[in-house]
Design a protein around this ligand. Structure first.
Ligand code: PMP
Length: 305
C-alpha cells in the first residue's frame, strides 16, 4: 500500500511514522472509533485533484461521532480545511483515498463511551481498485446477518462494527465470490460488506431505505439524484427480499471504494442477460465524469485541492 508521507495526528500534520497510538488506547482495545472514507480524483488535463463531496462525508463522520458520545470542536468546514492542508503537504497528483478517524484516546481499560477523551487523525493512501470485477461481479448472499440498529448502529461508521463486514467479505471471497449481500434480522437485503445495493425491476430503480440497517452512503445519495434528474427514472426506497435479486433486470453496488460495481451474477444465477445493464452503464459513465470534475452541472460536489 502506498501511504502518505504525512498524517494529521493530535492537532497537527506530522510525518506518518510519528503518528502512533499506544497499545493501551481505548479505541484500539474496544473498537471505539468512527471513521470516514473519501476519495480524491486526479484530472490529468486540468492538473488538479478533486475531493468528492467532502462536506457530506464529514457531516456523516460527525454524526457517527455523536452516536458514540464523542465531543469535538471540529465542524465540516474545518475538517475540509485540514484535509486540503494534508493533501497539499504531500502534493498528491494521482487518485487517492482519505481515511479520517475519531477515536477514544484514553489509555487503559473500562468499557464505556462517556467521560473519555476524543482525538482525530487522518492519513492518505494512493487508490487501489477495491472490487476486482467491478464490471461483472459475482455476488453471494452471506450466511452472516447485518448488525442491527439496536446492536451497533449500521448508519454510523463504527470501527468495531466492521468485524461484521470483514466476516462477510472473507467468507464470500474464500468461497470464490467477489462480494456478498447481507440480510438484516428481518431477512431483507441490507447492503454489501462496504457498499449499498441497487436493483432495477420493471424499469424502476430500487434501493433499501435507511431504516433497513444500511450505512447512509454518499454514493447511494448521489446515484439516487442522478437516476432521477438525469435518467428520468423512478427511484423507490423500499425493502428488498432475498429472491428479488435473482429476478432483477440489473443489479449494482455503490460505495466510495467500490464506486458503481455492476453485479452480473448472484449465487450462480445470471442477473438479467448476465452482462452489465444499460442503466448501470450510463450511471457509471456519468459518475466517472463527475468525479474527475468533467461535468459542470455537478462540479459543486467536488472540492478542488
Ligand atoms: N455500506 C457500508 C457498510 C460501507 O462501509 C460503505 C463505505 N463507506 C458504504 C455502504 C458506501 O457508502 P459511501 O458511498 O458513502 O462510501
Amino acid at each position: 500500500m502506498d501511504l502518505s508521507k504525512h498524517a494529521f495526528f493530535e492537532g497537527k500534520i506530522v510525518p506518518l511514522s510519528e503518528a502512533k497510538i499506544s497499545i493501551a488506547t481505548h479505541g484500539f482495545l474496544y473498537g471505539t472509533a468512527v471513521f470516514g472514507g473519501l476519495r480524491g480524483y486526479w484530472n490529468e488535463e486540468m492538473k488538479r485533484l478533486f475531493v468528492f463531496r467532502p462536506y457530506d462525508h464529514f457531516r456523516r463522520l460527525l454524526h457517527s461521532a455523536k452516536m458514540m458520545a464523542m465531543q469535538t470542536d471540529y465542524d465540516e468546514e474545518s475538517l475540509i480545511e485540514l484535509t486540503l492542508d494534508l493533501l497539499r503537504t504531500d502534493n498528491w497528483q494521482q487518485d487517492i483515498y482519505l481515511r479520517p478517524t475519531f477515536y477514544k484516546a484514553n489509555l487503559g481499560i473500562g468499557v464505556k463511551l462517556h467521560g473519555l477523551k476524543d482525538e482525530f487523525c487522518m492519513f492518505v493512501m494512493a487508490y487501489e481498485p477495491y472490487v476486482k470485477n467491478d464490471a461483472n461481479a459475482h455476488v453471494t448472499v452471506s450466511s452472516w446477518r447485518r448488525i442491527d440498529d439496536n446492536v451497533i448502529p449500521a448508519r454510523g461508521k463504527v470501527a468495531g462494527a466492521y468485524v461484521n463486514s470483514a466476516l462477510i467479505k472473507t467468507d464470500a471471497v474464500r468461497a470464490g465470490f467477489d462480494e456478498a449481500f447481507v440480510l438484516d434480522n428481518n431477512g431483507h437485503i441490507s447492503e454489501g460488506s462496504a457498499m449499498n445495493i441497487f436493483m432495477v425491476r420493471d424499469g424502476t430503480l430500487i434501493t433499501p431505505p435507511v431504516t433497513d440497517n444500511i450505512l447512509e452512503g454518499i454514493t447511494r445519495k448521489s446515484v439516487i439524484e442522478l437516476a432521477r434528474d438525469e435518467l428520468g427514472l423512478e427511484v423507490r426506497e423500499r425493502s428488498i427480499d432475498r429472491t428479488e435479486v435473482f429476478i432483477a433486470e440489473e443489479l449494482f453496488l455503490t460505495g466510495t471504494a467500490a464506486q458503481i460495481t455492476a453485479v452480473t451474477k448472484v449465487d450462480h444465477r445470471p442477473v438479467g442477460a448476465g452482462v452489465m445493464g444499460p442503466i448501470t452503464a450510463r450511471l457509471r459513465t456519468m459518475y466517472e465524469d463527475i468525479l474527475r470534475g468533467k461535468n459542470k452541472k455537478y462540479e459543486h460536489w467536488n472540492v478542488a485541492v
